[in-house]
Design a protein around this ligand. Structure first.
Ligand code: SF4
Length: 326
């Protein structure tokens, strides 16, 4: 890989990521407990530098505190006591969330506690005034404000991170987002963004061939955007594309494309063996790490070339072993 690329992360650099405070073991929940998730702190903690937030503590609700939930009425959604409906903490939580969001440092991702009326990202329940669940679902108040301020920030709930495909997808998005932050800060012009695109092309194609094509056209188009605006538009489109998880057939397609560079370097036996592995992976008989490891091994034989610079080959630290499980 080209060691001069301005978007590359430094050796040992930890990526700044926000996280719901209860997930790292802080006793901030309504009952004085926590929801420490060791898969996050022990594994991702080696590579992420966590900034913790607890919107409900910041709102002054105390520990322990009454449980709260989202309640809809004619005027909108309010945040009320789950057992004492007369308790209305909407203003406190809205104000505290706004204050936290305005003071957050630069982050490349956020891990949030599922189901929380403050922190949940997906399918947070809303109740009706009569206490019955409404059909509507939403985000927690803090997450709502976080994504209003930083719409393309990669976010994920801790429960979904137990799914290997979603875990790999989130970590990829965080790392790419961080690289684009570095590019925006340290890049000196479009040549740096073209270098970034060139190295991420196959990763992008694995998520969305259409987006890879569209982003290539964006860089080739008329220079009517400033460098900063161009990076931001590129980031917006790339983050949307990367929200899609990568199906096995797409991984197989990208690996076969990379194997094309080896045409003149592999004998028929090696080529056959590799195609067999890709076929087995595609049928779900083995994890992605197997054909990818062989591909990386073969590509090392090539002199410096476009294929070896593809981030797709090694998008995240090998120590996380993410491709052993997908
Ligand atoms: S889910 Fe959010 S608000 Fe609730 S305890 Fe955890 S960090 Fe605090």
């Amino acid at each position: 890989m080209n060691t001069e690329s301005v978007w590359q992360l430094d050796e040992g650099e930890k990526i700044p990521v926000g996280i719901s405070s209860c997930l790292v073991g802080n006793p901030v929940r309504y009952n004085g407990g926590h929801k420490h998730d060791r898969r996050i702190t022990d594994s991702l903690g080696q590579f992420f530098d966590f900034t913790t937030v607890c919107p409900e503590v910041s709102a002054g609700l105390g520990v322990p505190r009454p449980t709260i939930r989202l309640v809809e009425n004619d005027t909108g959604v309010t945040i009320r006591g789950a057992k004492k409906s007369e308790l209305d903490v909407t203003r406190e939580l809205v104000d505290a969330s706004a204050k936290i969001v305005s003071k957050l440092p630069e982050l490349a991702g956020f891990i949030l506690k599922k189901d929380s009326p403050s922190c949940g990202v997906f399918r947070v329940k809303i109740y009706r005034e009569d206490g019955h669940p409404s059909r509507a679902e939403t985000r927690g108040e803090f997450t709502h404000q976080l994504l209003a301020a930083r719409p393309w920030l990669p976010v994920e709930e801790e429960g979904r991170l137990n799914d290997p495909v979603l875990r790999e997808n989130f970590i990829n998005r965080v790392i790419v987002y961080r690289r684009l932050q570095k590019l925006e800060t340290a890049g000196s012009g479009i040549a740096d963004l073209i270098d970034f695109h060139s190295c991420h092309k196959l990763l992008l194609q694995s998520h969305s061939p259409e987006a890879a094509h569209r982003l290539g056209r964006l860089l080739a188009g008329p220079a009517d955007l400033s460098f900063t605006d161009l990076v931001r538009e590129y980031r917006r489109q790339m983050m949307i594309a990367m929200r899609k998880t990568v199906p096995r057939r797409r991984h197989a397609m990208v690996m076969e494309r990379l194997a094309g560079y080896l045409r003149d370097y592999l004998d028929a036996g090696d080529r056959h063996e590799f195609h067999q592995l890709v076929g087995s992976y595609r049928r779900g008989e083995m994890p992605l790490v197997v054909p990818i490891t062989m591909l990386r091994h073969h590509l090392r034989r090539l002199p410096e070339n476009h294929a070896a610079r593809q981030v797709y080959l090694s998008p995240h630290p090998d120590a996380l072993a993410l491709r052993n499980a997908i």
